[in-house]
Design a protein around this ligand. Structure first.
Ligand SMILES: Nc1ncnc2c1ncn2[C@@H]1O[C@H](COP(=O)(O)OP(=O)(O)OP(=O)(O)O)[C@@H](O)[C@H]1O
Length: 286
């Protein structure tokens, strides 16, 4: 590990031409932990993970990562070759890591057994279910026992049962010693990670342990059947949760936020501040 600090991206700024994709973003990825990146479309999650893998050159900031051959990467579009069988996928990736013969077979069988795919060696990846294909892609990323494992939305589009299986594999890889960085759109998954970075339009909205993010939730959250301000409300099951910059309205019941509430509250807080600053700027300009 370089300079004694955990693997990770530090004060990273990335531009694509004129588009600023990340600004001064830091993600620490300690060994034996799962570090999550969450955020909406275009927040910068993929850019951050690709920069960590050395595939994107930042404008400024530093990346602390092991050598390429010690990194495992699972891209959003799964990373398995649909036309190849499960066994051929394993051989193909194994060859890239100079893993062959008995060593490859032993590692392959260990991973496929953990993923519940040992019966499908001769099935084309394109003929596997979505969840199975994600588990295959995860096994491919893990084949060479990487020290840093980078997973871009590994469970998006995966059915709830396969998500549980996938999560078990991810958690086990951290227990076995890997440093894991993953992006996710599922906040219940993020809540189980050691640390969470919340991105919005390339900026850090919140970062810390799930407990810290929940404790730092700005304003007050209430639960109601009919929100007074729909723009500051979101559906939770049959009810709505509403965010208030200050205290709750009279008659509304404040609740203790969970991760989803805390992330939405942080985004709404950021948005209202930006709008307020924008109108102040407009006033100044008059
Ligand atoms: N190759 C590229 N060229 C130009 N702009 C890009 C490129 N890749 C990403 N961007 C832009 O950079 C920003 C961050 O994109 P990124 O894909 O990192 O976000 P994301 O959080 O992964 O989003 P999503 O979940 O929608 O994939 C977006 O504004 C996106 O349009």
């Amino acid at each position: 590990m370089s300079s004694g600090r955990p693997w990770g991206a530090y004060d990273l700024t990335v531009d694509y031409g004129r588009t600023n994709a990340l600004r001064d973003v830091t993600l620490e990825v300690p060994e034996r932990q799962v570090s999550a990146v969450v955020g909406g479309d275009g927040a910068g999650k993929t850019t951050l993970l690709r920069a960590l893998a050395g595939a994107v050159r930042p404008r400024s900031g530093t990346i602390s990562a092991p050598a390429r051959r010690q990194i495992g990467f699972m891209p959003t579009d799964t990373g398995a070759w649909r036309e190849l069988t499960v066994a051929e996928n394993m051989e193909f990736v194994g060859a890239a890591h100079r893993l062959r013969g008995k060593d490859l077979r032993t590692r392959r069988d260990e991973l496929l057994e953990a993923a519940g795919l040992e019966k499908y060696l001769d099935r084309r990846a394109g003929a596997l279910s979505g969840g199975m294909r994600h588990k295959l892609a995860f096994s491919l990323a893990m084949l060479h026992k990487p020290r840093l494992l980078i997973l871009d939305e590994p469970s998006t589009g995966v059915d709830p049962v396969s998500r549980v299986d996938l999560w078990r594999l991810i958690a086990q890889s951290a227990v076995d010693g890997a440093a894991v960085a993953m992006s996710t759109t599922y906040l219940d998954e993020a809540e189980r990670c050691s640390s969470v970075l919340v991105l919005d339009q390339g900026r850090t909205l919140q970062s810390g342990t799930p407990d810290e993010i929940i404790a730092n939730s700005p304003g007050t959250i209430t639960t109601t059947r009919k929100p007074t301000d729909p723009e500051l409300a979101w559906r939770r099951g049959r009810m709505f949760h509403s965010w208030h910059p200050g205290a709750a309205h009279e008659g509304e019941q404040p609740i203790s936020p969970d991760m989803e509430d805390a992330v939405v509250a942080a985004a709404l807080h950021h948005l209202t501040q930006r709008n307020t600053n924008g109108s102040d700027l407009r006033k100044d300009a008059q």
